[in-house]
Design a protein around this ligand. Structure first.
Ligand code: APR
Length: 174
């Protein structure tokens, strides 16, 4: 039976199979959760990302897609890097791209034997996606992800307001 839970904390501290990184298309690190994950994983993470093939100059992971690397010094075995859309008002395909981030990250759990995965609030920081709208897409996409394997999904929120937004959504069944 798949489970979904919400916690408030630092995703780099979680002992799960995979944590998801809200990265940028270069996969060469940044601020926010990307910076925290690279700091905690150590320099081998950047080397592993740099070794991933570029699909076009300076792009290793196009927006909406996901790539997997080891977690190195993190408690998590893997990091799944995904690139959320920058919010530009909602009319440029942002909702579909954000849903794709969750779906493509979940798809990578199939081939890597990941049973417990933690997501940050993708695109809700620097990329400016409104939290309630992003959380609704996250919950709807994870709920729709039905596979044979029982997957445990954690929404790891960095602050109380984000955690309460996710909890409000999970209390509704729609
Ligand atoms: N653990 C969990 N969540 C975190 C952590 C952490 N250690 N640090 C930040 N967050 C939360 C933020 O509070 C926000 O809700 O992650 C969410 C996503 O925010 P960002 O990290 O800014 O990511 P995003 O909005 O997707 O922007 C991505 O920022 O860091 C750069 O390289 C990254 O260019 C990319 C862009």
């Amino acid at each position: 039976m798949p489970t979904i839970e919400v916690i408030e904390g630092d995703i780099t501290s979680l002992t799960v199979d995979a944590i998801v990184n809200a990265a940028n298309e270069t996969l060469l690190g940044g601020g926010g959760v990307d910076g925290a994950i690279h700091r905690a994983a150590g320099p081998r993470l950047l080397a592993a990302c740099r070794a991933l093939p570029q699909v076009r100059p300076d792009v290793r992971c196009p927006t909406g897609q996901a790539r997997i690397t080891p977690g190195f010094d993190l408690p998590a075995r893997f990091v799944i890097h995904t690139v959320g859309p920058v919010w530009v008002g909602g009319g440029q395909g942002e909702p579909d791209l954000l849903a794709s981030c969750y779906r493509e990250s979940l798809r990578l759990t199939l081939e890597s034997g990941v049973r417990r995965i933690a997501f940050p609030a993708i695109s809700c920081g620097v990329y400016g996606y409104p939290l309630d709208a992003a959380a609704a897409i996250a919950v709807r996409t994870v709920r729709a992800w039905q596979t044979a394997q029982p997957l445990r999904t954690v929404f790891c929120c960095f602050d109380a307001s984000a955690a309460s937004a996710y909890r409000r959504l999970l209390e509704r069944d729609d």
